[in-house]
Design a protein around this ligand. Structure first.
Ligand code: KIV
Ligand code: ZN
Length: 545
């Protein structure tokens, strides 16, 4: 039976994490998974378990923590299905099965490329060999799990006749979800929708399976293609928060969900997602991946509900629907309010966090409240935007191997100098001074003198969180490292040789030089945290073998 709603299959933690620099630590992945569960997504693709022991461990942790009972605040009673990707190899499927086993609803998602270009140049396999592999590997996956999804990679460029054959083989071998990926974002909406309609007409047994789509955004068509597929009978859409993913990314979760919500009159079907959680999810994913959301991004961009032109403002004052097709509250964006100040107590602070959708308690709450008090001494009015910046700075940071204790800079037209005092992983405090081309350069050199984690700065951005001279400054950096200790052998399922080597960090402070130092140290801590996770998981895998 077909679902009565469009299933939202979220791949932020798998395809999304394949974006360069979006590498997340295991605890960040778990935080994202909890948020996805609170959103009400149907399936969380938690990773690619065979990529490394660390990835397997992360999927398993999510299966245990989110896949058994869901999380508090989930709008639907059943926990989300937890899925792992697996190439059509026995070893990959073994790892995927192990990783999703703890979940109430575990899913194995196996794939093999079907397009002529992939068959000839990447797989060097004939059509018959590809079909035999599908039959063998889908059946193998079914021996572990009732819920098996099959994807013919690069379906958007596969001959229709061969696609029919491939999908028929997958159905006969027991796949219950057939995912049609436009892997390279090549198709356009009319064409992609027609493909789905033709599959429904020509693949025997397809009505017993759920048709899913997975569209990449290389031509900016990912959301439109996905919606066109829904019109033609697809009942699962694969998406990522903020549209992150390989190259130009995947269809954006918030855009697909809101299109189905706002135009239910046209689609006649919606999703189970709690739309009021969308902004929060977007902010969290942006913070933990370091992928900044463009201000004009639909639904979750900073300007998505801003009206600038006088004629628009006039219309809005007369009637909101003149220029708004949805209310900001519907996506959890609400208008920024003046909320707290230096006399606000811990209770009021914790209440406001709850209203913003954060469940912070214990140590996390103590730390966040201490930061809030310090900020309130410098800044008279603390807005929601300040609170969110402060929270992400305090809570969504990798483990603190190195901590900034003090910083002093001298700058101007002379020689910029910086002195930094850090506490290292051994608890010892060390100091270093440097000169640089500017104060930030001097600070970063002084930090490197102490941490010795060679990396190059790829990107540095600073922005103010709110208006005003006392505004918090938020700095984001991206650094690349190619030393030998970089996370080894992280397999990208599509380009098996590639390695993740770009890392991000962010920091917030009323002094942008301090924010810059914090962002750089956060990126270094991220490199060290990923290395530590890899080492621990490798050691555990080694002792289990
Ligand atoms: O884009 C793609 O084809 C994929 C598959 C692995 C589903 O990500
Ligand atoms: Zn993809």
């Amino acid at each position: 039976m077909q679902p009565d709603h469009v299933r939202i299959f979220d791949t932020t933690l798998r395809d999304g994490e394949q974006s360069p620099g979006a590498t997340m630590t295991s605890s960040e992945k778990l935080e994202v998974a909890k948020t996805l569960s609170r959103l009400g997504v149907d399936v969380i693709e938690a990773g690619f378990a065979a990529a490394s022991p660390d990835d397997l461990r992360a999927v398993k942790t999510i299966a245990e923590a989110v896949g058994v009972t869901g999380v508090e605040g989930r709008p639907v009673p059943e926990p989300p299905a937890i899925c792992s990707l697996a190439r059509a190899h026995k070893a990959d499927i073994d790892k995927a099965a192990e990783a999703v086993a703890p979940a109430k609803h575990g899913r194995i998602h196996t794939f093999i490329a079907t397009s002529p270009i992939h068959r000839e140049h990447k797989l060097r396999m004939s059509k018959a060999e590809v079909i035999a592999k599908i039959t063998e590997m889908v059946s193998y996956a079914r021996s572990f799990c009732d819920d098996v999804e099959f994807s013919p990679e690069d379906a958007g460029r596969t001959e229709m006749e061969f696609l029919y054959e491939a999908l028929q083989a997958a159905i006969e071998a027991g796949a219950s979800t057939l995912n049609i990926p436009d892997t390279v974002g090549y198709t356009i909406p009319v064409e992609f929708g027609e493909r789905i309609a033709m599959l429904r007409q020509h693949v025997p047994g397809i009505d017993g399976a759920v048709i899913s789509v997975h569209c990449h955004d290389d031509l900016g068509m990912a959301v439109a293609n996905s919606l066109s597929a829904v019109v033609n009978g697809a009942r699962q859409v694969e998406v990522a928060v903020n549209g992150i993913g390989e190259r130009a990314g995947n269809a954006s979760l918030e855009e697909v969900v809101m299109a189905l919500h706002v135009r239910r009159d046209l689609f006649g079907i919606g999703t189970q997602v709690d739309t009021t959680q969308l902004t929060r999810a977007s902010r969290l994913v942006s913070k933990v991946t370091g992928m900044v959301v463009q201000p004009n991004k639909a639904i979750v961009g900073a300007n998505a509900f801003a009206h600038e032109a006088g004629i628009h403002q006039d219309g809005m004052l007369k009637h909101e629907e003149t220029y708004e097709i949805m209310r900001p509250e519907t996506v959890g964006a609400g208008t920024t309010q003046l909320i707290l100040g230096k006399h606000s107590g811990r209770h009021a602070f914790a209440n406001r966090l709850t209203e913003l959708g954060y469940s912070v308690s214990g140590d996390g709450l103590d730390k966040a409240f201490a930061r809030f008090k310090k900020l309130a001494d410098k800044k008279k009015h603390i807005t929601d935007a300040d609170l969110l910046a402060l929270l992400s700075d305090e809570l969504y940071q990798p483990k603190e191997f190195w901590r900034l204790d003090a910083i002093q800079v001298g700058c101007g037209t002379g020689m910029p100098t910086a002195t930094v005092k850090l506490t290292g992983p051994d608890g010892q405090t060390q100091t270093s001074a440097e000169v640089g081309t500017g104060p930030v350069d001097a600070v970063y050199k002084a930090i490197q003198n102490l941490v010795h984690v060679p990396c190059s700065l790829l990107e540095y951005t600073v922005q103010s969180v709110t208006e005003g001279i006392d505004a918090l400054g938020e700095v984001s950096v991206r650094v690349s490292t190619d030393d030998n200790e970089a996370p080894p052998g992280k397999i990208n399922p599509q380009y098996e040789h590639s390695r993740a080597r770009v890392f991000h960090g962010h920091g917030a402070h009323t002094d942008v030089i301090v924010a810059s130092a914090k962002a750089y140290i956060a990126a270094i801590n991220r490199i060290l945290a990923i290395r530590e996770g890899t080492r621990t998981a490798n050691a555990a895998a080694g002792s289990a073998a």
